[in-house]
Design a protein around this ligand. Structure first.
Ligand code: ZN
Length: 330
């Protein structure tokens, strides 16, 4: 006899996730046409969380449950047999910066775990759109020292030691833990990051938010793998990044993708599909779930245990697939 009985099947069907709109001082009051959402000037929205722990499943047998609840109840069915941990591994967001974000750094796994947290934060930014000349800050200029960072935080000139990178539409920048970075206005970014809430602010342009100078200096690495990644064009998709913590690909489902053709490239693992353009439909091969409509900016979780399905392109559909990818040495 099984030790517990679940009201749900051990297999989980694909499901849509409802976004959460998160206020930030540097955010926007009008997210249209990206999301049909406006905010008052007193409460601008900076981040749209697509896979936050509090985001709700909106279709399927888990509809109405938060992602944290779905992971708590069904981690093996969601994540697959190779996952080293039983928690939500990745947080996806869309960022709408109208002002510069703080200059910040995130700890790596070792530092985060030393401080009692489950994991650090490596992230990357995929530009859904970018104005001509848009830039972000990613890394320190060569020769910068910790003493100099401390001095320049105090006198307000830290930005002069940051490496500015152009950010171009449809390009990706990888930002591993320990990289000093800042997002600047001029782009709409799909951010993928380890599901970790540790951000150490070095400098905040005089805004009254708390700084974490000592922790930020402790987390800073002068040599990192951060920077632009050129897409690798494969026969059936484009590989945008394949590094520790996540693999990100751009897919045009033409011909239709199925569970098996998707799995043939990543094995059996959780994946998220973000609809970057166009429209489509996911249907079950054996009527195991109701058809899932794909509309721009929607996100679908594809559980590792999902039954067979087909992704249909009903109008210029383009998908970004995000797959968690744990470091080999853990
Ligand atoms: Zn960051």
């Amino acid at each position: 006899m099984p030790p517990t009985s679940s009201p749900l099947s051990p297999a989980l069907v694909p499901f849509l996730i409802a976004p959460q709109f998160v206020e930030r001082v540097w955010g926007s009051t009008d997210l249209r046409p990206w999301f049909d959402h406006t905010a008052s000037p007193a409460h601008p929205i900076g981040e749209v969380w697509l896979t936050g722990d509090d985001c709700l499943a909106s279709t399927g047998p888990c509809a109405g449950l938060s992602l944290a609840q779905v992971f708590a109840a069904h981690a093996p069915a969601l994540l697959g047999p190779d996952a080293p941990e039983a928690a939500s591994p990745l947080l996806l967001k869309v960022l709408f910066a109208q002002q510069k974000l703080s200059v910040q750094v995130h700890p790596d796994d070792a530092m985060a775990q030393h401080l009692g947290f489950p994991r650090g934060k490596t992230e990357c930014w995929y530009a859904l759109a970018a104005e001509p000349g848009a830039q972000v800050a990613c890394g320190l200029l060569p020769g910068t020292t910790l003493d100099e960072i401390r001095t320049r935080i105090a006198d307000g000139s830290l930005e002069s030691r940051l490496q500015a990178l152009p950010i171009l539409p449809r390009e990706l920048i990888y930002v591993d833990a320990g990289t000093v970075h800042a997002i600047w206005p001029g782009s709409v970014l799909l951010e993928t990051q380890q599901n970790c809430d540790l951000t150490y602010r070095m400098f905040d342009y005089g805004r009254p938010r708390q700084l974490h100078v000592d922790l930020s200096l402790q987390a800073t690495r002068f040599t990192t793998r951060a920077g632009q990644r050129q897409p690798i064009h494969l026969l059936d998709r484009e590989l945008l990044v394949d590094e520790d913590y996540f693999r990100i690909e751009r897919l045009s489902p033409n011909p239709a993708w199925t569970r098996d053709t998707l799995a043939s490239t990543t094995g059996s693992s959780l994946a998220y599909l973000f609809v970057s353009e166009g429209s489509g439909l996911i249907t079950a091969s054996d009527s195991g779930f109701a058809p899932i409509p794909l509309t721009p900016r929607s996100v679908v979780a594809l559980p590792a245990s999902s039954p067979d399905f087909t992704i249909h392109n009903t109008g210029n559909l383009e998908l970004i697939r995000i797959t968690p990818h744990w470091p080999q040495n853990r």
